[in-house]
Design a protein around this ligand. Sequence first.
Ligand SMILES: *Cc1c(COP(=O)(O)O)cnc(C)c1O
Length: 339
Amino acid sequence: MHLARFPRIFLAHLPTPLERLDRLSKELGGPEIWIKRDDCTGLSTGGNKTRKLEFLMAEAIAQGADTVITQGATQSNHARQTAAFSAKLGLACHILLEDRTGSNDANYNTNGNVLLDHLHGATTSRRAGGVDMAAEMEVLADQLREQGRKPYVIPGGGSNPTGALGYVNCAFELVGQANDRGLVIDHIVTATGSAGTQAGLITGLKAMNAGIPLLGIGVRAPKEKQEENVFALAQRTADKLGCPGVVSRADVVADSTYVGAGYGIPRADTLEAIQMFAQLEGLLLDPVYSGKGAAGLIDLVRKGHFKKGQRIVFLHTGGAAGLFGYDAVFADKRKALEV
Ligand SMILES: *Cc1c(COP(=O)(O)O)cnc(C)c1O
């Protein structure tokens, strides 16, 4: 397997740092917790979509596209990063935003990632929650083709085999860093949504026979459905890489205990996780993805699922720009600190 065979636009700030979280580890009294800083990938405050877009945008350019279309929830980090990448390449960008939460909050609807989408010059149109967004993107792509444009459609979250190559690359990078410093990784934990991150990581880990288990903390779908989505994409990614069958169903593990009322709706433990990372480590998580992922990590450590002496790597997938769309959920915490 040789990633250099695939078209790629080198734009991410790589390798991202791998750091030990001393105060969080001490507070929880369990394993040594490390963090892989994919919130530092660059591109409009960074996040996990940068790695995927390196491969997706290269494909768009190779196909002669002049316009990029993608979709996501209102506070989509993927939309913001796609808008920024499009700006960098001089491509038009149109984003379909799905109202998955039904929130009327002004900041949710116009601040945070939405503010940045527009700053990068992307145009946006809103769709009701539950609409078939892939079909909506095809309708728009047809309209643009009729106008003589060349659209390139990126699926939600950039999660297809091309985008997942970015996380195959991350698996190589992470294991390389661990090897270089003699760090034995016992488990990797990450938030999992549209599945590309977990699918790419597990494909890369299995392809190099790393022997490191990966746990995805779900942010939307129930466990079984999430695992099926990740497994299906991992199989297609392995095919694309030329190592078919390298991932087995048992390698794909997701835990959807921490989703709560639904996608984009934080639970109390999501907010607690955000506060712990912010106050113990000076790190920013987000209320939709990394906060739920970290809530899962913290709960599993507290329950003894990970043992003292083990080394756990939490993949920080970014998302802090979304905090500014969610200021209302921190109102109580703010009041308590305004003395
Ligand atoms: C998109 C996203 C995820 C989930 O990654 P998937 O590849 O969609 O599973 C996690 N964290 C953040 C901050 C994201 O924006």
